[in-house]
Design a protein around this ligand. Structure first.
Ligand code: FAD
Length: 458
């Protein structure tokens, strides 16, 4: 039997969308979602589920969508995933559930991410979630950070009656979902609605609380039965080259925080603009680099050029993001590495010096290792440079809790049960892995919740 083609996702026209921060995909209609769900072969052994770190019942959810049982589909997806509208939008499904879909080999995988986003959006529109607060069991858990690892751990524990308090350093909860990923990929009404679920079930979220600074870690140890550290990996890596401290040079983290969290994209409605010139260069080619480049375009930059030391096929960014960036006229210039940032007497950036790279062997990631080719240097004029070379765990927290065992790169060490060297103190998400994905952090949160329950009930 011929398998119908994947139902295409309608998107904002690239020419229009570079003038706004609204969602690029327009979402499936009910009819489109049902047609897409009906493509599913309902495999006896659903390989897609093996690719999901939070172990969602993907096959059954798709079956319910195909039968137009959206309400049941939503509750089944919510059982294992507190934020399905968000993961439906930002998960790298092509490497996870969709990557395992048998149809991927024959044609195109079921569009699992967009189907789950559809169902969650449908439920949000009618405010389907109306949960009561589970009764408390007398055990108190503190969670440091409020990103996806924290959210999942908090929800799993709270549902079983644990009293959960999240301490978040920033003035808004959500971690990277709130301050990193831009609204055109993850609309903020979706973020706010899914986060409101935590309060509905009685998770206490304390904002503007920096554990290790205005909240003492020792106090948390005394007051709570267990602690989960989910502080992420929000400290940027730099080039460490001449000129990097010039005005107009940003780390991608700072740039995205100013745009997303401090709402520079809503200037002048928000009085917090950002300086972004006409000619913007971005170093790196991961999701963070692409998010920064696409924000710069939307802030009005004329030319946005990504400089990458490998070729696009080895870039860590999601396929979908690379395609969207290309459609938005953002160039990705390969085999180039920056050597120096150029500036004027007023301390502002004027350009960048780049050198051509070549591949020599492989590096630790298994990708070709780029090295600079001496002598092949040239200059490019720029008004703004954004550096997106990856991140590491925040040293500020670690320096205030020196008794925690850490790796030299800043990750917190844990045993196979996610427990650190301090009994009753657990860790997960990017603070443990050094940088991964939303759903992997959520998987960590789920595993940590199970480990905490075991620890407290042994
Ligand atoms: P985070 O989301 O980083 O949350 C940590 C939280 O802890 C933050 O809110 C921080 O303020 C808080 N915190 C830190 N220190 C303290 C302290 N001392 N006291 C209190 N609070 C503290 N993944 C995908 O799957 N798909 C994508 O498309 C994608 N795009 C990305 C785009 C960007 C710009 C970035 C930066 C990352 C992206 N990722 C993506 C990766 C993904 O977002 C992360 O892997 C994930 O958010 C990690 O979750 P976490 O809970 O460990 O930490």
């Amino acid at each position: 039997m011929a398998i119908p083609e994947r139902v295409p996702m309608r998107e904002q026209d690239p020419k229009v969308r570079i003038t706004n921060f609204l969602s690029v995909p327009l979402g499936y209609s009910a009819d489109e979602a049902v047609r897409e769900a009906k493509r599913c072969l309902q495999c006896k052994v659903p390989l897609c589920e093996t690719g999901c770190p939070v172990r969602m019942d993907i096959k059954d959810i798709i079956h319910l969508i195909a039968d137009e049982k959206f309400e049941e589909a939503f509750f089944l997806s919510k059982k294992d995933n507190a934020v399905p509208a968000m993961t439906g939008r930002v998960c790298p499904q092509e490497e996870q559930c969709e990557g395992k879909c048998i149809l991927e080999k024959k044609d195109r995988a079921i569009n699992i991410g967009k189907l789950f986003a559809f169902v969650a959006d449908w439920a949000r529109e009618i405010d389907l979630v109306n949960e009561s607060k589970p009764e408390e069991n007398g055990k108190k858990i503190a969670i440091v950070g409020s990103g996806p690892a924290s959210i999942t751990c908090a929800v799993d524990l709270r549902k079983l009656g644990y009293q959960v308090t999240i301490f978040e350093a920033l003035h808004m909860a959500g971690g990277v979902l709130q301050y990193g990923i831009p609204p055109f990929r993850l609309p903020r009404d979706v973020v706010d609605y899914e986060l409101s679920y935590l309060e509905k079930i009685g998770v206490n979220i304390q904002l503007n609380q920096i554990v290790g600074q205005n909240v003492e870690f020792e106090e948390l140890k005394k007051e709570y039965d267990a602690i989960y550290i989910a502080t992420g990996a929000g400290a940027p890596r730099f080039l460490n080259c001449e000129g990097e401290k010039l005005k107009g040079v940003y780390s991608a983290n700072e740039f995205l925080i100013r745009v997303n969290l401090m709402k520079a994209y809503q200037f002048p409605n928000w009085d917090t603009p950002i300086v972004c010139g006409d000619k913007v260069g971005v170093i790196g080619c991961g999701n963070v680099a692409l998010d920064a480049a696409r924000c710069a375009k939307r802030l009005g930059a004329d030319s946005v050029r990504i400089f990458y030391r490998r070729t696009k096929e080895f870039a860590p960014a999601r396929e979908e993001e690379l395609k969207h960036a290309e459609e938005e006229n953002i160039s990705c210039e390969k085999m180039l590495s920056p050597t120096r940032v150029l500036g004027n007497d007023d301390g502002w950036i004027t350009g960048i010096e780049l050198v051509t790279t070549k591949f020599v062997g492989e590096d630790k990631s298994g990708r070709p290792k780029p090295i600079n080719v001496e002598g092949l240097k040239f200059e490019v004029k720029l008004d703004t440079l954004i550096i997106a070379l990856g991140t590491t765990p925040n040293r500020l927290f670690l320096s205030n809790v020196p008794e925690l065992d850490t790796y030299s790169w800043g990750g917190i060490k844990a045993d196979e049960n996610f427990m650190t060297n301090i009994p009753g103190v657990f860790v997960g998400g990017d603070a443990l892995s050094g940088g991964s994905t939303v759903i992997a952090a959520m998987g960590d949160g789920r595993d940590a919740a199970e480990a905490i329950i075991k620890y407290l009930n042994k």
